[in-house]
Design a protein around this ligand. Structure first.
Ligand SMILES: NC(=O)c1ccc[n+]([C@@H]2O[C@H](COP(=O)([O-])OP(=O)(O)OC[C@H]3O[C@@H](n4cnc5c(N)ncnc54)[C@H](OP(=O)(O)O)[C@@H]3O)[C@@H](O)[C@H]2O)c1
Length: 306
């Protein structure tokens, strides 16, 4: 079995070592233009040339959960695109979102500012009931985040494409459920895939429907958010703040207003990193199953976009 490794911005050696250890019978090589056909590929942001030169692949394993970049390429019809399912990301996402939520809810920024001035000053406790959290996307990551947020006692709402039932979560679905979901939420967490249906979904209209003092945590993709609409709502005082991990252009350009905005916290697309060990174990396990003609999970519905 031949496996190509074609991951932009990734040092290949430790991946090749790990994959070879997990699949000792496989011949695993870093792809170069002009190479002979492979059976499987492990990819991150591969060039179109790779896809064009390897029309006979049995499956393409993306080493991330989001496949929006991959689906922009021209892929042969019927090629199985496989996304990462959790692989250590959901707990990181839960940590990140709970941190951002609690930092805002408990006003830790204000405490930090007071402490820097040597002030011992209390703020009035706020009620969790006044901070319902709305999670857009109830997939692998959204479900884990919803569970973690609920354990802190916040009311939790969730929104998905198809109706979903989740313990402790008030769920909404589809375009018809979106307005009620937003109106019931004060803190909005975005964990949607980027598709034609969800691009620009965080805009003046949707963000403006959150409860007063709304707060945005965007951990999915930068193109979900209309940057100027967020700035306008923050500057008008309609939203209280935002924590943003993903951006339309990454790295976020030095002159972008998000960097300096007093109500925005920026992190460098780090909320849930791909962990090499977990990823190799998952991908190798699935390749082994496919080689034995067994079914696998995590195959992307290309027409749906996730
Ligand atoms: N910042 C980071 O470091 C980082 C890391 C990993 C992933 N991500 C992002 O997180 C995203 C989510 O990952 P995941 O593994 O949780 O994805 P997933 O398992 O595919 O779940 C996607 C969820 O979004 C819902 N959804 C999709 N389109 C929708 C629409 N048009 N309207 C309403 N709901 C819709 C789906 O609804 P159904 O349940 O009805 O299908 C599902 O609940 C990824 O696509 C990626 O962009 C970011």
């Amino acid at each position: 079995m031949k496996i190509a490794f074609c991951c932009t911005d990734t040092r290949p050696e430790p991946w090749l070592q790990g994959l070879s250890a997990a699949l000792p019978q496989a011949d695993i090589q870093v792809w170069q233009p002009g190479m002979a056909p492979f059976d499987y590929a492990v990819v991150w942001a591969p060039p179109q040339q790779f896809i064009d030169e390897q029309p006979g692949l049995r499956a393409l394993f993306n080493i991330g959960a989001g496949v929006d970049g991959l689906l922009k390429l021209r892929l042969p019809p019927g090629l199985a695109v496989v996304r990462l399912e959790d692989a250590g990301m959901s707990v990181q996402m839960a940590e990140y979102v709970c941190h951002a939520l609690i930092r805002h809810f408990r006003e830790f920024d204000a405490y930090e500012a007071s402490a820097r001035q040597g002030q011992w000053s209390f703020r009035k406790p706020r009620s969790r009931a006044d901070f319902p959290v709305g999670i857009m996307g109830l997939g692998v990551l959204g479900r884990r985040v919803a569970q973690a947020v609920a354990q802190f006692g916040f009311p939790v709402n969730g929104w998905s494409r198809a109706p979903r039932a989740l313990d402790g979560v008030q769920t909404y679905s589809g375009p018809q459920g979106l307005q009620d979901f937003l109106a019931a939420s004060r803190v909005l967490v975005n964990l949607l895939p980027l598709t034609p249906d969800t691009e620009n979904i965080l805009n003046h209209d949707t963000l403006g429907r959150l409860q007063p003092g709304g707060y945005l945590i965007n951990v999915a993709r930068g193109a979900h958010l209309v940057d100027a609409d967020l700035l306008a709502l923050l500057d008008a005082g309609q939203l209280a703040g935002a924590t943003l991990d993903v951006f339309r252009t990454e790295p976020l350009p030095a002159q972008h207003p998000f960097w300096q905005h007093p109500k925005i916290t920026v992190t460098p697309h780090t909320s849930a990193r791909t962990l090499r060990g977990e990823t190799i174990a998952q991908v190798a396990g699935k390749i082994a199953r496919l080689a034995r003609q067994e079914p696998i999970t995590g195959v992307v519905d290309v027409a749906r976009g996730y």
